[in-house]
Design a protein around this ligand. Structure first.
Ligand code: FMN
Length: 131
């Protein structure tokens, strides 16, 4: 899937996510995705099944499911980050620190690595956008 196809999908997704109380972040790079979904369990489960069943992509893996006291991405109905388009030096440094590699390969990340990486990527995005 190309980044522009993803952007098309996500224009509808923001409206749906808002209606369902879903927030999160999605990082896209080299045709791979790493996405965090936050919300009520039933809403997150239903969305996960929709995404997993979406035939526009394959090999969807669930990395972790956790109960959370507060949201890590409360301001975003789904923040979409194009991995290859941004401050690569800082992005690679945080990926290296969190996963031990500066290559964006979500399939090889542990649950701890994936969630730390997304939280730190969100912090960087907030800093660069002045939020
Ligand atoms: C990587 C990826 C992430 C997606 N994320 C969302 C999302 O956050 N919210 C959403 O409503 N749809 C998302 N979609 C689209 C869903 O897979 C699905 O097409 C959409 O929810 C419409 O579902 P429906 O065709 O069953 O009505 C995503 C699709 C892909 C490929």
């Amino acid at each position: 899937m190309t980044y522009s196809t993803l952007v098309d999908i996500m224009s509808q997704a923001h409206t749906r996510n808002m209606a369902q109380g879903i927030t999160g972040i999605l990082c896209y790079g080299s045709g791979q995705f790493l996405q965090a979904l936050e919300g009520e369990r039933a809403a997150v489960t239903a969305l996960y099944h929709r995404i997993a069943g979406d035939r526009r992509h394959d090999d969807c893996q669930l990395i972790s499911v956790d109960e959370i006291a507060s949201r890590a991405f409360p301001e975003w109905t789904m923040k979409v980050v194009n991995w290859e388009d941004g401050d690569m030096a800082r992005r690679r440094a945080l990926l290296q620190a969190d996963t031990g590699s500066d290559m964006f390969t979500p399939g090889t990340m542990t649950a701890t690595q994936a969630s730390a990486f997304l939280v730190h990527l969100a912090e960087l995005e907030r800093e660069l956008s002045g939020d």
